[in-house]
Ligand binder design. Structure first.
Ligand code: ADP
Ligand code: MG
Length: 356
């Protein structure tokens, strides 16, 4: 049989659309918008932090993240142990965002011969540390070689009572918008690490000058999943009406909550929780701290809405900040600045597939 050489341009229509034209979310939507689950056990497919699978009174929650060297992490300043920890935690965070408990992980790695066994031991030390901390079992995965670089694909499986699951698309008009922790620090940590990398490239003898920046570096290199916030909410008898975790930046995530729920929203600049170190680093880089908080990404905090009747309870809860509220769709999505002006909220989160 004659083998025909396959070419990427051999598509049925011979049409070619650049990935950059769609961006990440546009691409996901393009590939998946016609998928209709055929099993009645598939309660939620594409479109939330995790898929939701019916198990009677309980549901199984499943989510996956793929990290590619040079795109999602840079090994010149990311210790492999931290990378392993983070790869596990960002998945566990997606289960938290459904109000569930992560229970199992599967880890796929594709690795080039540039890496030693000892290097992969470090990666796994980080993954195991996260598993211990969050009481998750590593139950499988897959291992292959790669032509170049390291790829890590983590799948997490979690569990929740069916009536406790919180989706993205169920916020209601007048609900309060809340966020845990503080925002923008992970991005400032990334900028610092990138800056030191450039300095080191220019002067290999120089030691990195990162004193006093521990907080933002830790937020970048060792994020945590906010299981503690879920516990606090539960103790207070509050079930969020909608929830998502902040991986791409507050702006992008609040737009998901609002648009998926068919609502508009207001976020108040003066309510945004920003740590002093984040503010200091932002000033050093001449970046508006609000921009860092809105568009920085990788905070892995929880963004959720609660009924306005829960205001008295949430305003007293340490580590939770009320930053805005939901409105009817026609009101649009705006940030209200310290000066009282309205700025449209736009998703400028990390979009690796866009050229801008
Ligand atoms: P998150 O930021 O919470 O990890 P993503 O933005 O990566 O979520 O994904 C949004 C939704 O799209 C999720 O439901 C995810 O499972 C789904 N998704 C992402 N990539 C693909 C793909 N290649 N094929 C099918 N579904 C996908
Ligand atoms: Mg998520």
């Amino acid at each position: 049989m004659q083998l025909k050489k396959f070419s990427m341009s051999d598509t049925p229509s011979n049409k070619r659309t650049e990935l950059a034209q769609l961006g990440e979310f546009g691409l996901i939507d393009h590939l998946t918008s016609d998928i209709k689950p055929i099993n009645s056990t598939t309660l939620k497919g594409v479109g939330d932090d995790a898929a939701v699978i019916d198990q009677g009174d309980y549901v199984t929650l499943v989510s996956k993240d793929l990290l590619a060297e040079g795109i999602h992490f840079d090994l010149s300043y990311t210790p492999l142990k931290h990378l392993g920890y983070k790869a596990a935690v960002v998945n566990i965070s997606d289960i938290c965002a459904m109000n569930g408990k992560a229970e199992q992980l599967l880890v796929g790695i594709s690795v080039s011969n540039r890496f030693s066994v000892e290097a992969l031991d470090e990666l796994y030390a980080g993954i195991k540390l996260a598993c211990e901390k969050y009481k998750v079992d590593l139950v499988g995965g897959d291992t292959t070689s790669s032509a170049s670089g390291l790829f890590i694909s983590v799948t997490v499986i979690g569990r929740a009572k069916k009536d406790e699951v919180v989706y993205r698309n169920t916020a209601r008009e007048n609900d309060l918008i809340c966020v845990s922790g503080d925002l923008g620090a992970a991005y400032m940590g990334l900028l610092l690490l990138e800056r030191e990398k450039q300095v080191f490239k220019a002067n290999p003898g120089m030691q990195p000058d990162l004193d006093g920046y521990d907080y933002v570096l830790e937020r970048q290199l060792k994020p945590e999943a906010r299981v503690d916030i879920l516990e606090k909410l539960k103790e207070a008898g509050i079930k969020p009406t909608a929830m998502i975790d902040i991986s791409d930046g507050l702006a992008s995530e609040v737009l998901h909550l609002a648009k998926d729920s068919g609502l508009g929203c207001r976020i108040f600049e003066n309510k945004l929780p920003i740590d002093v170190v984040t503010g200091d680093v932002a000033a050093e880089f001449r970046i508006d701290p609000t921009t860092a908080a809105m568009n920085g990404g990788e905070d892995y905090e929880l963004l959720f809405t609660v009924n306005i009747n829960d205001f008295d309870k949430v305003k007293e809860m340490p580590g939770i900040h009320v930053i805005g509220h939901m409105l009817e769709k026609a009101e649009g999505e705006y940030l209200i600045s310290n000066g009282g002006s309205l700025y449209p909220i736009e998703a400028q989160g990390f979009n690796h597939m866009r050229e801008d």
